[in-house]
Design a protein around this ligand. Structure first.
Ligand SMILES: *Cc1c(COP(=O)(O)O)cnc(C)c1O
Length: 360
């Protein structure tokens, strides 16, 4: 039976990439040892990371104005790294809040600098809704503006990019990087923990405008220092080598399969299929206003919570796994990142429809 894994993270990876990794697990590039067993400073590993960065630069069209770093510590590591590196004395860190991850970033930022939170939620009539970017009340003076384009738990995605007259725009793209085409030049810093749309956990991609690397910021751990990591080729200390290798394989796979444009088309079709079905049903509901629904994470609720356990058990039997919603919001959540094929969403919708008919 084909199993479709809807986990929010660590998440499904492309089966072709997993098979290739398995094939060369014990003997990487004919070296007779695993990629996990070679020095990060060895010639084949350095060649691999060079090509990995080049591949990501091609996929996202990243210009020379930006440094690409491969760091430790996941998304939350960056919740600390951003204020530590971008601190300017006397200016607040501005945090746009519309869900659990963006609030988490504020809470970490508060440890290091004064913060100014901008709540963009405008919930009405039982819907989760947010203000359009043009209506955000961003203060004029800021060390940076941080926001989260895809709230993984709440299922809210912001497609437009905010602008600020002087402060750098920082985006936590942990759960939607490479899922749709963006213009990197609209941003000053993009970061993403790898375990949702890139590869295994342990790696975090940071795309940072080179002009920001001269900011002294605050005293910080060396492993969170952007300028140091840039100078050291992201190898100040031993990087998560296996995660880096697998990310490189995923990038190669994306390039061979039409790149971000093709992914974006496929992701739009997957999300539309699922949301259209939920909207057409009176058994299931999604509470997010339609203009800001996430293409990657689709939370949904059954009309009777008492059926949740049965739903999850029967879904598992049908090969549809990890559909339980985040404990904070409850209900169900289908994470449908790049690696999820359309067939997986079709199978989910067919199962949901059958379940609704049997339990109505
Ligand atoms: C998962 C996630 C994080 C946290 O990532 P970790 O790697 O667990 O630290 C941060 N932000 C967003 C948007 C996420 O989805």
């Amino acid at each position: 039976m084909t199993v479709y894994n809807f986990c929010a993270g660590p998440a499904m990876l492309p089966p072709e990439v997993m098979k290739k990794a398995q094939q060369e697990f014990l003997d990487w590039q004919g070296l007779g040892v695993s990629v996990m067993e070679v020095s990060h400073r060895s010639e084949p590993f350095l060649a691999m990371v060079k090509e990995c960065e080049a591949s990501l630069r091609r996929l996202m069209n990243i210009s020379d104005e930006f440094e690409v770093l491969f760091m430790h510590g996941g998304g939350r590591g960056q919740f600390a790294a951003v204020p530590l590196n971008l601190f300017i004395d006397g200016l607040p860190g501005v945090y746009v809040e519309n869900g659990i991850w963006s609030k988490g970033a504020t809470d970490e930022g508060k440890k290091y600098l004064p913060t100014h939170a901008v709540d963009i939620r405008c919930d009405a009539e039982g819907k989760f809704d947010i203000l359009p970017v043009s209506a955000w009340q961003l203060p004029e003076n800021a060390a940076f503006v941080h926001y989260c384009p895809n709230e993984t738990i709440d299922g809210i995605e912001i497609v437009d990019v905010p602008k600020h007259s002087s402060a750098p725009i920082v985006a936590d793209m942990s759960s939607n990087i490479l899922s749709r085409e963006i213009n990197v030049d609209d941003f000053d810093l993009i970061y993403a923990g790898a375990q949702k749309n890139i590869g295994p956990s342990g790696l975090c991609i940071v795309i940072v405008r080179k002009s920001l690397l001269t900011r002294p910021g605050l005293v910080k751990p060396a492993i969170l220092d952007y300028a140091l990591e840039a100078k050291q080729g992201s190898m100040y200390n031993t990087p998560p080598t296996f995660a880096w290798y697998l990310a490189a394989e995923v990038f190669k796979h994306l390039e061979a399969n039409g790149g971000v444009k093709a992914m974006a088309e496929r992701n739009a079709a997957k999300a539309q299929l699922l949301y259209d079905y939920i909207d057409s049903s009176d058994f299931y509901s999604n509470k997010v206003a339609s203009h800001c629904r996430s293409q990657m994470n689709v939370p949904f609720w059954l009309k009777d919570d008492a059926l949740n356990a049965t739903f999850l058990a029967e879904a598992q039997q049908a090969g549809l796994v990890a559909l339980e919603g985040h404990r904070i919001v409850g209900g169900m959540r289908a994470s449908i990142y790049n690696a999820m094929p359309l067939e997986g969403v079709q199978a989910l919708v067919a199962f949901m429809d059958k379940f609704a008919k049997e339990h109505s």
